[in-house]
Design a protein around this ligand. Structure first.
Ligand SMILES: [Zn+2]
Length: 489
């Protein structure tokens, strides 16, 4: 295990700004830490000026027409022009022939901290399920483990075309763990929100770490132009219906008074809130307590009533659905209510949830939603493939409050861009581009990924990251965790 140190600017600058004591990892003296301190990770590619030429462009902006073949011009991260032909003699040219250009996917609920637990989890063996594994190993994680797991998860997300992630950290064990997760997000160059949570296993009557939250906000989000933003992930209101005892004891089962205590603290810092609803629907209780607002995102829309959906619409609450894992739940625990939510006008977005037991695949998520909607609701609530791609891009940006800068290919935005190869065997000969993306697309078709003007992947490979090192370090951390836990016993 290295002595990598996590802070926004690296140890020495951070120590000077914040005081050294809080920045030294347990077990290291200040001198040791100084010797092994890492500056922020390897430099990201520069921004510069680039133009994608001749791609089919799906803008997801009603005011900017799609193009069967056209150019997207980007300068210093900002979209400058989207048109059939754009003059940009100084720009780096990316050949978009045979490609579909879409906004990067926005994943609105993703537990990156436990990505490396895929070494242990079995989807079909309850004792090795996601909840028992996270409950057992989560408390043993050091900041370095969190860093390696988040970095692995982001590598997979970027490879799948996800350029914005809501990093739902419900194992923020200390401010150092928060710094580690944020360092991984920064080092990988992804856009996103860090949802600062509580440690797995923390007592329900213990409040969130508001001092840590305030420090992270001040240290990592000094101005409004950050690629990274901050929020909180709340523990659950009321009993869970999934995960058994492991979930109940490790994730928290809070009273409405305890929820209000934590949410009031977040709101005092102007931080948005997210919460799982993996049990009896909490909407009416939250509404009675006056806690719902447009700064709230709920997760797993399986059990809402018409009355509750009307409340969610009025309050401007977003609901994130994670279809690949929700579809694994027993149907008596609720069904994915996409049709009901859309019909009621509730904001909905798309998420992976975790990758300890599935791979990151927004294409597969869109397809499952389409299949289940066709299966349950059908034409009663029309659902187009374009609407599904909007759900996975622009609607996610709306959910995370960043639609002014991301989510659609709109001149003036800093939208992230993804190029998909239509010449691959699973897509060729491609016809309608929405059919190609939603019905046929796979992460393997992701050719180029551009985040905030930086080309992070090209021809299906990272431009600046060592894939082998990311994977090897994640595996090393997972094995060391297993040994510390004497897993399995
Ligand atoms: Zn979740």
């Amino acid at each position: 295990m290295t002595g990598r140190k996590f802070s926004r600017r690296g140890l020495m600058q951070g120590a000077a700004a914040l005081g050294t004591a809080a920045l030294i990892p347990r077990g290291l003296s200040a001198q040791q830490a100084a010797r092994t301190a890492g500056a922020p990770g390897a430099p990201l590619p520069g921004r510069g000026e680039l133009i994608i030429r001749g791609a089919a462009v799906l803008t997801m902006d009603p005011a900017v027409p799609d193009l069967a073949a056209g150019d997207v011009h980007v300068r210093e991260g900002a979209v400058v022009a989207v048109a059939p032909t754009v003059e940009a003699p100084a720009a780096q040219v990316i050949d978009g022939a045979g490609m579909i250009c879409i906004p990067g996917f926005v994943d609105t609920h993703f537990h990156l901290w436990n990505a490396l637990f895929r070494l242990f989890v079995r989807a079909d063996v309850p004792a090795l399920g996601y909840f028992p594994v996270t409950a057992r190993l989560g408390p043993l994680m050091a900041p370095e483990d969190s860093y390696r797991s988040v970095r692995l998860g982001i590598a997979e997300a970027l490879a799948a075309g996800v350029t914005t992630v809501h990093n739902w950290s419900h194992n923020t064990r200390s401010p150092e763990h928060a710094d580690a997760e944020l360092s991984a997000m920064r080092d990988m160059g992804i856009r996103g929100r860090f949802a600062y949570g509580t440690p797995v296993g923390m007592a329900d009557d213990t409040p969130m770490d508001f001092a840590g939250l305030a420090r992270v906000k001040n240290d990592w989000m000094p101005d409004k132009e950050n690629l990274l933003t901050l929020g909180i992930c709340s523990r659950n209101l009321g009993a869970l219906t999934i995960g058994g005892a492991a979930a109940a004891t490790s994730r928290g089962v809070l009273t409405i008074e305890q929820i209000k205590r934590d949410w009031d603290g977040a709101r005092a810092l102007s931080l948005p809130i997210t919460m799982h609803t993996s049990g009896a629907s909490p909407v009416l209780e939250l509404e009675r307590a006056g806690l719902l607002g447009s700064d709230v995102q709920l997760v797993h829309p399986l059990l809402t009533t018409p009355e509750e959906r009307a409340i969610l619409k009025v309050r401007g609450v977003s609901y994130s659905t994670s279809p690949q894992l929700e579809a694994r739940r027993a149907s008596q625990l609720g069904v994915i209510q996409l049709g009901e939510l859309l019909e009621a006008g509730v904001k909905v977005s798309l998420s992976t949830d975790h990758i300890a037991s599935i791979s990151c695949d927004p294409f597969g998520s869109m397809r499952i939603l389409f299949a289940l909607h066709s299966h349950r609701i059908g034409a009663k609530v029309p659902l187009t493939l374009k609407r599904l791609l909007q759900l996975a891009t622009l609607d996610g940006a709306v959910d995370l409050g960043i639609a002014d800068r991301a989510g659609s290919i709109t001149p003036g935005k800093r939208t992230d861009l993804v190029l998909l190869r239509t010449t691959d065997v699973n897509m060729a000969p491609a016809g309608d581009p929405y059919e190609a993306v939603v019905s046929l697309g796979m992460p393997a078709n992701v050719d180029t990924v551009i985040v905030d003007g930086r080309i992070l992947r090209r021809a299906g490979k990272f431009t600046a990251f060592d894939h082998g090192k990311i994977v090897a370090e994640a595996r090393e951390a997972a094995i060391a965790l297993r040994d510390r836990a004497k897993w399995p016993t």
